[in-house]
Design a protein around this ligand. Structure first.
Ligand SMILES: Nc1ncnc2c1ncn2[C@@H]1O[C@H](COP(=O)(O)OP(=O)(O)OP(=O)(O)O)[C@@H](O)[C@H]1O
Ligand SMILES: [Mg+2]
Length: 501
């Protein structure tokens, strides 16, 4: 949490959305240190992920590949026998293996290659292996790709293709490493937050939500106004509850006023109270305002953008001095109240239009917590869905994909409603896409339709069709291999297990 503290101190009014997670500084990847290419003028990568191992009984293959990969700053280690290759893998970090299929002059069966492949797989289950094979053994190679080899190339290989294949695999391995590092970091931060604060059972998984919560908890104890911004149904009220639950006044009253639900004439009386007969239609008895009721606790002003200008002036005064008067009364009263407000309106726009006081705005948003729309924190979707289903029904695969792909203009509230309805409509407690009744996005039809972006289902289908061969699936989808890998990584689709099940 040290980073956040620093940011608050230096940024004045931080917005949760602007906080940049600070990780370790980028470690220089290119260092001229010992390697098989130490006499080469090209800087040699230090990262284990940028090293490949070539296992081929023909030393000329190793030499050729060494020069080829040096051009791309990839370090090549060579072995001329399976035993030597396995031994190197024990000792050195290697990002990708490129292996031959035959290792004795008198064998051409490819059995040795299969055995080597299995031996590497058994010891290093995640290491990508590319097979170099005579065209007569393409079938064996395809079998091995089914069994988890990353790819195969027929000898004589095409330099460009081999380079592209290996570079993609190295990139993917690096990205996967980075992704798991970020995941572990996310888990650690989440646990720390859960231990230190009461999150009121909030369901979340997205890093964007974690960031908002970290800031919310951190500012909760301070006696400063907090403004929560975000679209309808995003969960602003839930965040307000968390701020309250972790505040110094958590045992005091928690009073909510929805400024949007009251006619403007009544809001002032609601907030500040009124003396008997203070206005036309006022009750005959004096009434306490919400500020008085919330004294010593928290007042949550929801939809603050709907507070009329006269009410805004009074609110400003009570925030600045703690003083106010009931309607129709000249007696000044005092209340000490922690104010949390929320809005889905663009207050800056309202200020420009003269509908919201700038001084009040600055007063309310000493800390602004910007809760992103659900569509910008997709990792929250499925955990929230499971939470709302509460075991009453399960989602089938296509339904899950549809939930992930939907734009959620109504945010978490829409998700909740969709699932409540689906539970009633589904059969055998399994929710399918049809039960969700999600409308297709009604965007204006473009003149020339853009190339359809393949979704998870399309990618998984293409991979299954291609027997797991990424390059083949990529061309079927009209993507480059690299582009497909990026999407697979983003959607967390493993290329070995995709389509193999
Ligand atoms: N992370 C969450 N975990 C569990 N339930 C949630 C979560 N976020 C929102 N909800 C639920 O979704 C619904 C909408 O949330 P909430 O009322 O807090 O949204 P809001 O941003 O205040 O919406 P509005 O702008 O319409 O007032 C509520 O039923 C709330 O309990
Ligand atoms: Mg609300």
């Amino acid at each position: 949490m040290g980073n956040l503290e620093w940011e608050i101190a230096s940024a004045g009014r931080p917005r949760a959305g602007n906080i940049v997670p600070t990780g370790p500084p980028d470690i220089g990847r290119w260092q001229t240190t010992a390697s098989t290419l130490s006499d080469s003028p090209i800087p040699v990568p230090d990262s284990p992920m940028r090293s490949i191992l070539v296992i081929d009984d023909n030393p000329a293959v190793g030499t050729a590949l060494e020069s080829l990969f040096a051009l791309r700053e990839i370090r090549t280690v060579t072995a001329t026998s399976p035993a030597e290759g396995l031994e190197i893998l024990q000792r050195q970090p290697i990002g990708v293996v490129v292996q031959d299929m035959n290792f004795s002059a008198d064998t051409t069966s490819g059995i040795e290659g299969m055995e080597l492949f299995r031996a590497i797989r058994a010891r290093h289950p995640d290491l990508p292996i590319v097979l170099l094979t005579a065209w007569t053994h393409l079938e064996t190679a395809v079998d091995l790709v089914r069994a988890g080899a990353a790819d195969y190339l027929a000898k004589p290989w095409d330099d460009h293709k081999l380079l592209a294949t290996v570079e993609n695999l190295l990139e993917l391995a690096e990205a996967t490493g980075e992704v798991s590092r970020l995941r572990a970091e996310h888990r650690r931060r989440r646990q720390a937050l859960e231990q230190a604060y009461d999150l009121r059972g909030l369901v979340f998984a997205a890093p964007e939500t974690l960031r908002v919560l970290e800031l919310a908890c951190q500012v909760a104890r301070a006696d400063v106004p907090v403004l929560i911004t975000g679209p309808n149904g995003a969960g602003k009220e839930r965040i307000a509850e968390i701020v309250q639950a972790n505040s110094a006044v958590k045992d005091g009253p928690f009073v909510t006023v929805n400024c949007g639900a009251l006619p403007s004439e009544l809001i002032e009386a609601e907030l500040f109270g009124a003396d008997a007969g203070a206005y036309t239609g006022a009750p005959s008895k004096a009434r306490e305002g919400r500020f008085e009721i919330a004294d010593g606790g928290t007042l949550f002003l929801d939809e603050i953008g709907n507070l009329p200008l006269a009410g805004q002036a009074k609110l400003l005064r009570v925030l600045e001095s703690g003083q106010f008067e009931r309607l129709g009364s000249s007696r000044t009263r005092r209340a000490k109240v922690r104010v949390i407000s929320a809005t889905n309106a663009d207050l800056a726009d309202m200020i420009r239009a003269g509908r919201f006081r700038q001084d009040l705005y600055y007063r309310l948003n000493v800390i602004e917590l910007g809760l992103p729309p659900l569509a910008e924190r997709r990792e929250d979707v499925l955990p929230l869905a499971e939470h709302f289903l509460a075991g009453a029904a399960a989602l089938d695969g296509a339904a899950r994909n549809a939930l992930l792909a939907h734009a959620w203009p109504g945010n978490v509230r829409e998700l909740k409603n969709v699932l409540q309805r689906a539970v009633l409509l589904c059969r055998d407690q399994v929710i399918s896409v049809a039960d969700l009744g999600l409308e297709a996005p009604r965007a204006a039809a473009p003149q020339t339709p853009p190339a359809a972006e393949p979704d998870r289902a399309a990618i998984e289908a293409a991979l299954a069709e291609a027997g797991g061969v990424v390059s083949q699936a990529a061309s079927a989808l009209g993507l480059s291999r690299q582009a497909l890998y990026r999407r697979m990584e983003k959607m967390d689709i493993g290329h070995r297990d995709a389509g193999m099940a």
